[in-house]
Design a protein around this ligand. Structure first.
Ligand SMILES: Cc1cc2nc3c(=O)[nH]c(=O)nc-3n(C[C@H](O)[C@H](O)[C@H](O)COP(=O)(O)OP(=O)(O)OC[C@H]3O[C@@H](n4cnc5c(N)ncnc54)[C@H](O)[C@@H]3O)c2cc1C
Length: 411
């Protein structure tokens, strides 16, 4: 059989590696001039390759995780460990079961893929873009690649989501499928920076300032109840907030904005020192308020908080009024920031939504309506939070789609 894989991200490469056997000739086409461009960017170049949690937990955590049951029963986390160990790359586990290559480099993950592709003689054609395909009686009969018609027996689409379109995943194939009546769940940004028009952002005084392990509590203006709360790192950007803390909450924030529920965050900048303890330190101090706070918080933040509360930084702690102290505690422990927008999809790390799972068999990842077409990876309506879940989804759906195609015989 002649098999075409469209897209050389982790899903497409896995699919090709698992589809090949003596009877199958497998070709990958990739619109970029090289393999795995997005893969190289992952985990800040360290590549959080997967998550080491057992299947039952993964199924609960992932959006549409139930659909993954059969896939994970065939390709679980042990498969991932073995896939890399076979090429001499061990994975190490970090906090929250995140797995990284022992080298801490995404390039070594890509090297493993290159090694398999070479060893298995899989043809990769670069700068080759799928423009269109022709559908007749529920089958793809021909495809237009770089303007020329080509013919394949079975096709696997692994063209990614819609985020970071400048490195390949531009949604063109999603549109082709939609045009052929394939059901689609609306897209939305997941793991995206948060934008705010609040003074703290507009002033730019904190621009670029990052915080380790702050507590973020998410509220909506319609209720005093906490919607979500996490401890993680945060950075102030030109337009608002980024860093893992902001990215993790972005999916829920997006949904609150969609429902006009005006989300805001309360930031606790000082997790490790209780308010009562800080109050005691201030009460017993013989310094200026600024110098006491400098011992616990970044200078830029202290200066900003004193400034917005009209407190002279040189005021002796004994001279700071109780009202001003309360204002400071509010700012340090419960700084409120309204979130007006989540960054657009192209800036998000992950695409929410995608090809509806109703369209696919969970036994094969073949489309019900196009019987010689399989799909895998981020183009599907499955995703997870930060933590290696999305690369895991890409790899196991790719392996599952490929290994099913390997069992097919030419009509
Ligand atoms: C900055 C960043 C960091 C991330 N870090 C992590 C992380 O640490 N851990 C994690 O789990 N996830 C991470 N992710 C998410 C993860 O990278 C993706 O979920 C994953 O790459 C999806 O794999 P894929 O193979 O489905 O798609 P992609 O990796 O996007 O690959 C799709 C490929 O298809 C090609 N293509 C598209 N259209 C066509 C066409 N018409 N013709 C030919 N080729 C085409 C594209 O050029 C692309 O190479 C990160 C994402 C970003 C943007």
């Amino acid at each position: 059989m002649k098999i075409l894989v469209v897209g050389a991200g982790p899903a497409g490469m896995m699919a090709a590696i698992h589809a090949i056997n003596n009877d199958n000739q497998v070709t990958i086409i990739e619109a970029n001039g090289s393999l795995g461009k997005k893969l190289l960017l992952t985990g800040n170049g360290r590549c959080n390759i997967a998550n080491n949690k057992p299947n039952y937990q993964l199924i609960k955590i992932l959006h549409n995780g139930k659909f993954m049951t059969k896939i994970l029963n065939n390709f679980d986390i042990n498969f991932i460990h073995e896939f890399y160990a076979n090429k001499g790359l061990d994975l190490v586990e970090e906090v929250d079961n995140k797995l990284y290559p022992i080298t801490q480099k995404s390039a070594s993950v890509l090297d493993v893929f290159k090694d398999y592709l070479n060893e298995l003689n899989i043809t990769v054609r670069y700068n080759s873009r799928l423009d269109n395909f022709k559908l007749e009686n529920g089958k793809i009969t021909s495809l237009i690649i770089n303007g020329k018609t080509e013919y394949y027996d079975h096709i696997i689409f692994a063209s990614g989501g819609l985020s970071f379109p400048n490195i390949g995943s531009d949604g063109h194939i999603h549109n082709l499928l939609k045009a052929n009546n394939i059901k689609y769940s609306d897209n939305y940004p997941v793991e995206a920076p948060l934008f705010s028009n609040d003074k703290i952002v507009k002033d730019k005084e904190l621009l670029g300032l990052s915080f380790k392990d702050v507590k973020l509590s998410l509220y909506s203006s319609q209720s005093a109840k906490i919607i979500d709360s996490i401890r993680n790192d945060l950075i102030f950007t030109h337009k608002g907030l980024s860093g893992p803390g902001a990215l993790i909450l972005s999916e829920t924030v997006y949904k609150l904005i969609e429902q006009n529920k005006s989300p805001y965050l309360a930031i606790c900048f000082l997790n490790d020192l209780k308010q009562s303890k800080l109050a005691e330190i201030i009460a017993n101090s013989d310094q200026s308020i600024r110098n006491v706070l400098y011992d616990y918080l970044p200078k830029r933040l202290v200066n900003y908080m004193l400034n917005i509360n009209n407190i002279d930084p040189h005021t002796h702690t004994k001279q700071v009024s109780n009202l001003n102290k309360e204002k400071l505690y509010e700012a340090i422990y419960r700084f409120k920031i309204q979130i007006d927008q989540v960054a657009p999809l192209k800036q998000a790390f992950i695409t929410g939504g995608g090809i509806s799972l109703d369209e696919l068999s969970d036994e094969s990842l073949v489309l019900h309506k196009i019987t010689n077409l399989s799909l895998c990876g981020e183009m599907l309506d499955i995703h997870g939070p930060i933590g290696g879940y999305n690369l895991l989804i890409a790899q196991v759906t790719g392996a599952f789609a490929g290994s099913y195609v390997k069992t097919l015989k030419k009509d």
